[in-house]
Design a protein around this ligand. Structure first.
Ligand code: IPM
Ligand code: MG
Length: 358
């Protein structure tokens, strides 16, 4: 047998603690089927780490990630930690990992499983066949820009955040988008707010410059407000959507609903030596601990790990096919359930997917 892949596992908080162990069952099954050696190690991040160690991203957890081949993450956060200062909130763990692992590119594929067309709030003819890749810049923009903070001024307070992008930050994410588009339908729509923001004016200019190296790919530009409308009106027009950290956060939640549930969308964060894989949804404290969470987004994230970190496209397809079959047989977690379908919990949904794999 060849190399052993080391995977850092961070279940995090809320439903993260339920879906990650289930996704690991799939990871192990697919690894053994494809003769891949996997070694996993768990650590706490987010609220769970705050409770145990008083900080969201303990040094040991960060080091575990830095010394692994890939990271699998569940979700962080919950009402229990909402009152804390921003610098020590659970979300800092996620942002800290993105920053320290230099994960500037976030890939969020939005693909409709045809069996779920009726779970979407949009009409079947609008969404059938959609296959969009949202590429979100992940370590820049207003999430990380300085100055930031809340200042006291004369008699009131002032909250400050800064949207900032440099040439090199825009160039590398644009390159990633054009490269990904080359493996798809060769169409990039770059989304900005260049009619109002200087940072977007620069974004648009640099993306257009980089495009000169990728003339085989078609490039269009769109304002973010228009894009949010077009995603609902006619989503099939999109292949790759390239956008900033903040706009990508918002548009990817919106795009997720085209597929029926945010519980369906995986993601890969890449750019540094170690990539990170996580569902795009949050920790859903309202349903945590009840075996109700949809594990599919995390299971599909494991598929992306096989594809992007281990270059095993076949293992990724095995997972996608298994999920497709289970959905076609009518099994649904509560978030995608409708009358006449078979209701399953987190664990049973995973059992069914495993049956299709074995
Ligand atoms: C996401 C999430 C995070 C983000 C939060 C939890 C910090 O919404 O990954 O989309 O805003 O990036
Ligand atoms: Mg988000």
């Amino acid at each position: 047998m060849g190399k052993t892949y080391k995977i850092a596992v961070f279940p995090g908080d809320g439903i993260g603690k339920e879906i990650v162990p289930q996704a690991l069952r799939v990871l192990n099954a697919v690894a053994s089927k494809h003769n891949i050696n996997i070694k996993t190690a768990d650590a706490l991040i987010g609220g769970s780490a705050i409770d145990e160690f008083g900080m969201p991203l303990p040094e040991d957890s960060l080091n575990l990630a830095l010394n692994s081949d890939a990271v699998l993450l569940g979700a962080v956060g919950g009402p229990k930690w909402e009152g804390l200062d921003y610098s020590v909130r659970p979300e800092r763990a996620l942002l800290g990992l993105r920053e320290k692992l230099r994960l500037y590119g976030n890939l969020r594929p939005v693909k409709l499983f045809s069996a779920l067309a009726d779970a979407s709030s949009l009409k079947r003819e609008v969404i059938d066949g959609i296959d969009i890749m949202v590429i979100r810049e992940l370590t820049g923009g207003i999430y990380f820009g300085k100055p930031r903070g809340i200042e006291k001024t004369d008699g009131q307070e002032k909250g400050i955040n800064t949207e900032v992008y440099t040439t090199s930050e825009i160039e590398r994410i644009a390159r990633l988008a054009f490269e990904v588009a080359r493996g798809r339908r060769k169409n990039v729509c770059s989304v900005d707010k260049a009619n109002v923001l200087e940072s977007s004016e620069l974004w648009r200019r640099i993306v257009s410059n980089v495009h000169k190296e990728y003339k085989d790919v078609e490039l269009t530009h769109m304002y973010v407000d228009n894009c949010s409308m077009q995603l609902i009106r006619y989503p099939k027009q999109f292949d790759v959507i390239l956008t900033t950290n903040m706009f990508g956060d918002i548009l990817s939640d919106e795009a997720a609903m085209l597929t029926g549930s945010i519980g369906m969308l995986p993601s890969a964060s890449i750019g540094g030596d170690v990539a990170m894989y996580e569902p795009i949804h949050g920790s859903a404290p309202d349903i945590a601990g009840q075996d109700k969470a949809n594990p599919i987004a995390t299971i599909l994230s494991v598929g992306m790990m096989f594809k992007y970190s281990f270059k095993l496209d076949g293992a990724c397809s095995v997972i996608d096919t298994a999920v497709t079959r289970v959905l076609e047989k009518g099994y649904r977690t509560p978030d995608i359930w409708s009358a006449g379908q078979k209701l399953t919990g987190t664990r049973e949904m995973t059992d069914l997917i495993l049956n299709e794999i074995e």
